[in-house]
Design a protein. Structure first.
Length: 395
């Protein structure tokens, strides 16, 4: 146990968090069992260590961080370890990458039932369906999703400012005033192109090639998270990777399921399952017309965030596609996004029609007067025309 405490103290002491993630203040930390899901690279480990650093002295043995990558846990159950920790005075156990342990959900249930005064915070892959696939956790776990940096978080990190997030309602009703509050301090356009290229995943701060690091992360998501959690045989990995590549280089478009099935030599049903796994892994987003949802074929598939576009096939990146991908990804956290009828349009929360537009090009298609025009290549807006970058302040 002392070895784990020493590792905990070292990690917490050397954790730096130049930007406080908004999710830190959304989580109800008083809950007995908290699950934090998210794709690889978005900062789940850092969040656990940040929580420990804010709430406990590094030498306070009431809190302990452990990682299921440790081979020690291949021979010992989490519940047994939690019991020993609890009897040593432990009260908060932080478990990283919980899905790496076999029978992890049953072990967590055992902890919950046996140690009512012990709080558990665990992290897992976005591929995990905590309640749907693990009924023993129903009613006892509070689940949260950690996303990559928003444009606001990226901007705060790059400039040292502390701009707050805004709700969609605030942006729609008051974007002109909000922009006037931001522009005297920073020029968003000087940072926006950097963000869509390399600002979503916190590891852009590391002194390594970002695209290579992102490619490595994407491979780990498919090779470990999807295969391990969905219990898919290794021989099918190349099919999943090829499907993801085909969808990514095709740009935001309606997928031809029959053609994709032929390309990767599998059935239509299997292609649809793989597409769902890729969406759960936060590698792609599935956009439907209003009233439709999975398992129906999506009306449009796009990569999850613009950074992926530049990493997978940078010579084919189209600016309009980048901006639509940014729009969908920014709204995805707290809103429903459906595909509109006209090119470059989306319906948000079943009633708000958005058009994603280049401010430097005159729009020729006729749209309803109620349309909200989210425009890029501009820093300001007026009326129903708002700067697209400001939607990066939603979280």
């Amino acid at each position: 146990m002392e070895a784990f405490f020493r590792t905990h103290a070292y990690l917490v002491e050397h954790t730096t968090t130049p930007v406080r993630r908004g999710l830190m203040d959304e989580i109800d930390w008083s809950a007995r069992m908290i699950g934090i899901k998210g794709t690889r690279g978005v900062g789940k480990t850092t969040m656990l260590l940040q929580y420990a650093k804010e709430r406990f002295d590094i030498h306070d043995h009431q809190c302990l961080y452990i990682n299921m990558n440790n081979f020690y846990f291949q021979g010992r159950g989490i519940a047994d370890f939690a019991g020993e920790f609890y009897h040593h005075g432990g009260r908060v156990l932080l478990i990283d990458q919980v899905f790496k342990h076999p029978d992890w959900s049953k072990e967590l249930r055992k902890i919950y039932d046996n140690y009512p005064n012990l709080h558990i915070v665990f992290t897992g892959s976005s591929v995990m369906r905590l309640k749907e696939e693990n009924p023993e956790l129903n009613g006892i776990v509070q689940s949260y999703n950690l996303r990559g940096f928003s444009f606001r978080e990226f901007l705060n990190l790059q400039t040292g400012h502390h701009f707050r997030p805004y709700t969609l309602e605030e942006i729609l009703n008051d974007h002109e005033r909000i922009v006037k509050h931001i522009l005297p301090h920073v020029s968003p356009s000087q940072h926006f192109s950097s963000y869509v290229h390399h600002g979503f995943y916190p590891f852009f701060q590391e002194h390594r090639n970002y695209s290579e690091n992102l490619l490595k992360t994407m491979n780990m998501i498919t090779e470990v998270d999807i295969l391990l959690i969905k219990q898919i045989e290794l021989k099918y990995l190349t099919k999943i990777k090829k499907l993801f590549y085909q969808l990514a280089v095709g740009g935001p478009s309606t997928p031809n399921i029959s053609q994709l099935a032929q390309d990767i030599e599998t059935s239509r049903a299997t292609v649809m399952n793989y597409i769902k796994y890729l969406a759960d892994a936060r590698l792609i987003n599935l956009i439907y017309t209003p009233g439709n949802a999975f398992p129906k074929k999506p009306s449009k598939v796009m990569v999850h965030n613009p950074n992926l576009m530049y990493a997978i096939y940078p010579i084919q990146v189209n600016l309009q596609d980048v901006m639509e991908t940014f729009f969908v990804n920014s709204l995805w956290k707290d809103h429903f996004v459906n595909l509109g009828e006209k090119k470059g349009t989306y319906i948000v929360d079943d009633h708000l029609l958005f058009s994603i537009e280049d401010a430097g090009i005159r729009q020729r298609q006729r749209l309803p007067d109620s349309t909200i025009h989210a425009r890029y290549n501009t820093e300001i807006g007026y009326g129903k025309q708002l700067p697209l970058w400001l939607l990066g302040f939603l979280y």
